[in-house]
Design a protein around this ligand. Structure first.
Ligand code: SAH
Ligand code: SF4
Ligand code: F3S
Length: 450
């Protein structure tokens, strides 16, 4: 399999992207080089997401388009990996004749075998790996998108069973990755010039509770921050129920840990939170927010909101709006409830009409736009530390980067600054980004707040 190319497209969350980078590493060993266009690729691999019905539909419309490449050249192989693969299994083969193989979420080890099998004309499904797999080696060999920021999975699967969510079904039970492998991966990244890491898991706060018990999440944060060369540490996702005081304290005292937290609340109504099986109340969520703001001055908070969960009344929804206003998040992701197969919420009575859900979603997004604009406006005139990500995709003359609070900043500068920290004075604030001018190169810990 020498000199072949793979076109890989990811549809899902950051964990899905991290898996894709790992696939590229495994495929690299098998002689495949990545290409960013499907035309002429020997292998087309889709890494899919099943979180909402729309995400799943996107996969099938993409397959409908990609089918054409195989019709033109039957030697082209098409594989479907990720969460839709795990959830639909061989159903994908019957629904889409162009697909050669289906690879579940724990089957990365079988990828080379599946390709070999496809080359002999046999279609295949692997939903639990049968091949040898050394996770830590596979992680070290990942082909990463960015040369200075890396995703590092620390915990796989989820034991929470929120009533609406497919993730525990498609990603399996929670498994904490041994800390030695995580730290080896981060030390290796630092040696190769990486400056920022994002630790990944569906619920990073339960790290080390069920397995790998020698280290909990706050200890892991301390250990990660000891790796020299890593200036920024972030993590997603935190569950409000499991965010402990020692983690909040660690965030407050460890300089590399960014002053930002994504803490999905989903709803502001206790009744709906209980029906969702989230395991906390509105009041407990507010307590967490107060603790975070007390220990980490200037912290930026973001959240996820689901509107139109079964049984959500106007009064429940009003509670969600009031929670958003009271917390004043820096940003949020809003979703209309999507009933998913084999989740308890799919069978609940009190379905909210699509029109009402859409109206509620707009109300959430409109309110947040105002709040984000207000929160960003206070930064005008301040100098902030920006990790430069590269050219601004909308204005190739400019650069874009992120503050420690994960806000996007656009400014004029030399593309050679990519991957470095610079100080930028903010001159203009918009709801979704900041505009500024470069003041200086800056060293981490210079005290630029935002
Ligand atoms: N593990 C993370 C995120 C999981 S998925 C957590 O617990 O927060 C990301 C977001 O998708 C969720 O926070 C939720 O807001 C949304 N989501 C999940 N399932 C959904 C569904 N069935 N319909 C609509 N939104 C959903
Ligand atoms: Fe899904 Fe809940 Fe687990 Fe998040 S914590 S992945 S929303 S079940
Ligand atoms: Fe989607 Fe799977 Fe991530 S369902 S959100 S790609 S864990």
């Amino acid at each position: 399999m020498r000199g072949k190319t793979v076109y890989l497209k990811s549809f899902g969350c950051q964990m899905n992207s991290a898996d894709s980078e790992q696939f590229l590493g495994i495929l690299g060993r098998a002689g495949y080089k990545p290409t960013d266009r499907p035309e002429g690729a020997d292998l087309i691999l889709l890494n899919t997401c099943a979180i909402r019905a729309k995400a799943e539909q996107k996969v099938f419309s993409e397959l409908g388009r990609l089918r054409e490449y195989k019709l033109r050249d039957p030697s082209v192989k098409i594989g479907v990996a990720g969460c839709v693969a795990q959830s639909l299994g061989k159903g994908i083969l019957s629904r889409e004749p162009a697909v050669d193989f289906v690879l579940g979420t724990r089957s990365a080890a079988d990828l080379p075998d599946m390709i070999r099998q496809a080359e002999t004309g046999r279609r295949g499904v692997s939903l639990s790996a049968t091949g040898e797999f050394d996770l830590d080696t596979a992680r070290l060999e990942s082909v990463r998108t960015s040369p200075y920021h890396a995703y590092v999975p620390i915990i796989y699967g989820c034991d929470n069973h929120c009533a609406y969510c497919v993730v525990p079904g498609v990603r399996g039970p929670e498994r904490s990755r041994p800390d030695e492998g995580i730290l080896r991966e981060i030390r290796d990244l630092a040696q190769r010039g990486y400056r920022a890491v994002t630790l990944l898991g569906q619920n990073v706060n339960s790290y080390g509770k069920k397995d790998n018990k020698n280290m909990g999440f706050s200890e892991l944060l301390h250990a990660v921050c000891e790796v020299s060369g890593i200036d920024r540490v972030r993590f997603v996702t935190s569950h409000p129920r499991d965010l402990s005081e020692d983690v909040v304290n660690a965030m407050g005292v460890l300089p590399p840990v960014c002053e930002a937290l994504h803490l999905p609340v989903q709803s502001g109504s206790d009744r709906i939170l209980a029906a969702m099986n989230r395991g906390y109340t509105r009041a407990q969520y507010f307590e967490r927010i107060a603790l975070l703001r007390d220990r980490i001055p200037g912290i930026a908070l973001s959240t996820d909101i689901i509107v139109g969960f079964p049984g959500e009344s106007d009064a429940d929804f009003a509670q969600t709006l009031s929670l958003i206003a009271e917390v004043a998040f820096d940003s949020l992701f809003g979703f209309a409830f999507s009933p998913r197969p084999e989740t308890p919420a799919a069978g609940l009575p009190g379905r909210v009409e699509a029109q009402i859900s859409q109206r509620r979603l707009h109300a959430v997004l409109d309110l947040q736009r105002e709040i984000s604009a207000r929160r960003n406006a206070v930064l005008v005139g301040a100098s902030v530390e920006v990790l430069v990500e590269g050219r601004n995709p909308r204005n190739p003359q400019g650069l874009s980067g992120r503050t420690r609070t994960h806000k996007i900043v656009h400014f004029q500068g030399d593309a050679g600054l990519t991957g470095t920290l610079v100080a930028v004075r903010i001159t203009e604030a918009r709801p979704n980004c900041l505009i500024g001018v470069q003041v200086d190169a800056c060293r981490p810990g210079d005290g630029f707040g935002a």
